[in-house]
Ligand binder design. Structure first.
Ligand code: NDP
Length: 292
């Protein structure tokens, strides 16, 4: 069994990006610039945005954090988006979700210039991705594709069952893995809460991507010997014996499934760490596409 180490792989990707930035600097080119818009003071969002900004600094990108009041109106936020769209020194930006309830998230995401949409949530990017054109791929599925490719997990002609059909994980990974190319060419089945006899499907799968958000849902009896397992789930489960009072669990009962698997991502340390690296990668791509 091979553990797909997201921490190590994401570090490798960051080092590759850092080297490219060094080259850009040596040529006198402007380095990639990422901005993050944070509305309000939600603790988890602050943590996520903070680590994104720190990662930018690490690889040598320029970064800007735009912190806005929780009470900002939708109109004022749209005006801010418009400013960012027009800012030529900026290659890409993200709007940290969730937004406060009085703001229509969809309206905000649609206002982002698709050329700067490094989160890949704009329909134009999703459509381009589905059509196999250059696009910003959402960080989580992009990260999964990188793990599969870099660890040379066989996907061509394999049956992959994706459990979950969300717009940010399940749906895009099902499209990507069915496309031609590295980590692709799989025959993909998408399962969701209305799927009947899920275990019958997963037992036939060569690859299982779990993205539903129910801790330890996939058990050994649902998996065939030698399957490759990608666990996207992240759930905080109360655990008083732990100093933080909780532990992070994936969607896979790790120990028992790992005993049957050919490849498996741990949680934490699997898919999770890949997301920031892929956001950086998208920002680098934005810079390169701007130059072209
Ligand atoms: P959503 O809640 O948006 O989607 C969950 C999906 O799972 C839905 O399609 C739902 O079906 C399906 N589902 C729910 N229950 C079942 C069931 N019993 N059997 C089969 N399918 C079921 O979640 P996300 O896609 O946003 O996230 C999934 C998990 O991944 C979460 O734990 C999240 O925290 C984690 N995550 C991790 C990331 C990372 O960086 N590692 C990034 C993003 C998410 P239906 O459509 O019918 O409701």
């Amino acid at each position: 069994m091979i553990r797909l180490d997201g921490k190590e792989t994401s570090n490798t990707i960051k080092e590759e990006i850092k080297d490219q930035v060094t080259e850009m600097k040596a040529k006198g080119e402007r380095v990639p610039h990422l901005a993050a818009v944070l509305v309000g003071t939600d603790g988890a969002s602050l943590t996520y945005v903070g680590s994104k900004v720190r990662s930018c600094e690490y690889v040598g990108f320029e970064s800007t954090l735009i912190q806005l009041e929780e009470t900002i109106t939708e109109e004022a936020l749209l005006a801010q988006i418009d400013t960012l769209n027009k800012d030529e020194r900026l290659d890409g930006y993200i709007v940290q979700l969730p937004l406060p309830k009085h703001i229509n998230e969809e309206k905000i995401l649609l206002a982002i210039d698709p050329k700067k949409d490094v989160d890949g949530f704009h329909p134009a990017n999703f459509g381009r991705m589905a059509l196999d054109l250059d696009a910003f791929i959402p960080a989580t599925p992009f990260g999964i594709m990188q793990l599969l490719e870099r660890y040379k997990v066989p996907t061509s002609g394999k049956h992959c069952v994706v459990v979950g059909r969300s717009h940010i994980v399940g749906r895009p990974i099902s499209i990507l893995m069915s496309q031609k190319g590295p980590a692709g060419d799989a025959t993909v089945t998408v399962a969701h809460s209305r799927t009947k006899n899920l275990a019958e499907l997963t037992k036939q799968a060569d690859i299982i991507v779990m993205a539903l958000g129910i801790p330890e849902y996939l058990t050994a009896d649902m998996v065939k010997e030698g399957a490759a397992i990608i666990d996207v789930g992240i759930t905080r489960v109360t655990d008083e014996s732990h100093p933080k009072g909780y532990v992070i669990k994936g969607d896979v009962a790790f120990d028992e499934v790992a005993a049957k698997a050919s490849y498996i991502t741990p949680v934490p340390g699997g898919v999770g760490p890949m997301t920031i690296a892929m956001l950086l990668k998208n920002t680098l791509l934005a810079r390169q596409w701007n130059l072209a």
